[in-house]
Ligand binder design. Structure first.
Ligand code: ISJ
Length: 211
């Protein structure tokens, strides 16, 4: 919501402000959930723990330095900085998830039941055979079903009363995000790119062993 666009529609109103405060509950809860996946990392709060190039002798904490740099791109009034920050966060999460394919590929390679097959296909540079061997359709199908349910639940506007709707809720006015888009993102991009990472990792897996 843009309070200073000058558009009468955007005039400050208590109900609109309250809607924004309610929406920020979700932002804060999900931000805390995301932060909770990392350890406290007390060092980032200790002033002077690290030195920074071109920082004019800045002696604050890592967090203060990081915040000062991020705020430099939040000077606009169109939320460009906030939007770009969320995009970067999304891209970082997607990149982390897709590159986990390297660890998954290593785990599959070490499976005694299939190691010989992997070695054969790697030596033959048989990408198609590698993709077939590493693909687990059952896991993929379960993931997409689970992802839809998560998006349906996380995407809902949850009020202070009433039950949580677990039905096939597709109407956007009830959801913050389009569930089909989330599922399509995984089906057409995340899963295929993860498998591409797995394949590329496996194709060089034997290189060190040859030396
Ligand atoms: C990640 C895996 O490898 C492949 C990729 C998957 C994915 O990106 O979600 C799921 C199953 C496999 O087809 C796995 O087997 O778990």
């Amino acid at each position: 919501m843009n309070f200073i666009s000058g558009d009468p529609e955007d005039c400050i109103s208590l109900p609109k402000l309250r809607d924004t405060l309610i929406r920020l509950e979700d932002t804060i809860i999900f931000a805390l959930i995301e932060r909770a996946q990392y350890s406290i990392n007390k060092n980032i709060y200790v002033p002077g723990m690290y030195k920074y190039e071109q920082s004019n002798g800045f002696d604050g904490s890592f967090l203060e330095y990081f915040l000062s740099e991020v705020e430099k791109v939040h000077g606009d009034d169109q939320n460009y900085g906030s939007a770009a920050t969320r995009d970067v966060e999304c891209l970082q999460a997607l990149s982390q998830r897709i590159h986990y394919g390297k660890f998954v590929a290593e785990a599959k390679f070490r499976d005694p039941e299939t190691e010989d097959k992997y070695i054969e296909f790697i030596k033959n540079r048989d990408v198609k055979a590698l993709e077939t061997l590493l693909t687990n359709k059952k896991v993929e199908d379960a993931l997409l079903r689970r992802l839809r349910r998560k998006a349906l639940i996380y995407g809902q506007d949850i009020t202070e009363h009433g039950k949580i709707n677990l039905d096939n809720l597709q109407t956007s006015e009830h959801l913050k995000i389009k569930v089909d888009v989330v599922v399509e993102l995984y089906e057409k991009w995340v899963i295929p790119l993860t498998k591409q990472v797995e394949i590329e990792y496996l194709l060089i897996r034997l290189d060190n062993e040859k030396k």
